[in-house]
Design a binder for this molecule. Sequence first.
Ligand SMILES: Cc1cc2nc3c(=O)[nH]c(=O)nc-3n(C[C@H](O)[C@H](O)[C@H](O)COP(=O)(O)OP(=O)(O)OC[C@H]3O[C@@H](n4cnc5c(N)ncnc54)[C@H](O)[C@@H]3O)c2cc1C
Length: 574
Amino acid sequence: MNFQHDIVIVGAGLAGLQAAVECVGSADVAVVSKVFPTRSHSCAAQGGIAASIGNEEEDHWEWHMFDTTKGSDYLADQDAVEIMARDAPRVIYELEHMGVPFSRNAQGKIAQRNFGGHTRDYGKAPVKRACHASDRTGRVSMDTLYEQCVRHKIKFYPEHYVLSLIFDSGRCVGLVTCDLPTGELHFIAAKAVLLATGGCGRIYKTTSNSFATTGDGFNLAYQAGIPLEDMEFVQFHPTGIYPLGILVSEAARGEGGILRNGLGEQFMERYAPTVKDLAPRDIVSRAILTEIREGRGIDGKDYVHLDLTHLGEEKILKKLWEITSFVRIYLGIDPVREPVPVQPTCHYIMGGIPTDIDGRVLADESGTIAGGLYAAGECACVSVHGANRLGCNSLLDLLVFGRRSGMAMKEDISKYMHHLLSFDPLKIQEEKITGLLSREGAETPGELRRKMQSLMMEHCSSFRNEKGLRKGIEEIRSLKERYKDIRIKNKGKNFNYELMEAIELGHQLDISEVILVSALDRKESRGAHFREDFPARDDRNYLKHTLAFQTASGPEVKHKPVKVTRFQPQARRY
Ligand SMILES: Cc1cc2nc3c(=O)[nH]c(=O)nc-3n(C[C@H](O)[C@H](O)[C@H](O)COP(=O)(O)OP(=O)(O)OC[C@H]3O[C@@H](n4cnc5c(N)ncnc54)[C@H](O)[C@@H]3O)c2cc1C
């Protein structure tokens, strides 16, 4: 069946919902999501949203901009960072007015807490900048924005899996979805399509990301000829519950939690003497792994302890309730009385689909706009996080640039009519699916996925080197060959999740290859990308963004310059 809307948004996380709300009243807008909207990964965000509203202590957007730029290891585009830091207070008050129940301080104002890398007076000491609703900030923000969408009668296509973007005459003119409950394919025509499809953490074995976070949007764009920017920068969050990878928010350290090694030492003092446990994530994750490598893990094993016991039961239950319950449920440990075993877990990707500051997708290194296509949220790279994102800056990014994308789409669509297609978009996808289902090979998607997750963990996590990356590329290419020989046992139409997971695996394999090739290209260490064979940052040769283009022989890497406005690159010490 065919449908038609002015604007179609793929993804019902905070980025997608914020863009949808922005378009209300100006355009006929629809949101497509492969999971039920409020189950998008944004609902798992715990710790907070960064904004210099200064409710606890003096703060300024310039300090926020500086911290974000320094946190990015100077790779972020500073024009975009400035927009985000300036707009942050408005975002918080708007959420509050929509109904987000933020935690309050003693004066009844929105409470704020510390988070890694957020500082006062250009790095002098930690500052309380994270606005939060206990440790369920994502959950309540999602519920509030979803409520707004329902109120404004925004059309949702829940449990619809987007298979392909459709381009004609050089513009994106819609997409093809599979309605998961029925297995029917639909073409949805649009004057503008926004990708808000989230991250790709599930390509790694240990991750904090939900099962749906498989990077589909990156590959939908990449297969359509759009390059992917800075994909080598994958964030490992220091405190995943060992050995599951489920997140213990940085809020735990923001509220005073301390990391200890097997000798009981507060080891972060040695790595970041000024901010200690509140250093940015790339630095803390590498510190934990260094302690483990040097034999100071707990009992010589591959984890350290996050100690909250000195915070007291009242504070822990009030500020970190959900995290505490995770630890009790999954480990049978009570954080009030015992330290929590933690290890770094794949959490976020700084890179993504290149956009301008209004969400318009950029098709090449000179900034040509890909007509009709927009991206916002974790799948986009505008770039405000550069080589390393600061905690609480993602939710902010989603809300700031989700809204700006909505504004840009509203404006741009007035110039376009719906397009009459010169071909049948459903036929191509139907043939693809029939082809996939008719394969009777020996490989199972589950086995290939496990292999991919292990090899990405081994060769392309916090520490990288040329030998490992080359091995990783070779292995991923062999998995891609084996993928051609998969067998999907379920041939049915209704809720065929086996088929959907096989398609997701195809995306994951392509994205893994892009990450590995981009990481091999960057012969320096910057932010989350640490090359053991090139341990220093090299501004002379690598103060530039990576752009990976799809070619018949694999990803081809090109570059584009970084926008430096206020803050010249300096050595990054905390
Ligand atoms: C456990 C956890 C805690 C976090 N805590 C914080 C925090 O406290 N503060 C902070 O700033 N950041 C935090 N982050 C990061 C932040 O939550 C994410 O970066 C952000 O939520 C991503 O939002 P998004 O809108 O881009 O996409 P998501 O919320 O991930 O949503 C993606 C959407 O795309 C849809 N989709 C994807 N592919 C398809 C397809 N093929 N077809 C149809 N639909 C598709 C999905 O159905 C979903 O609706 C946290 C992340 C995690 C994992």
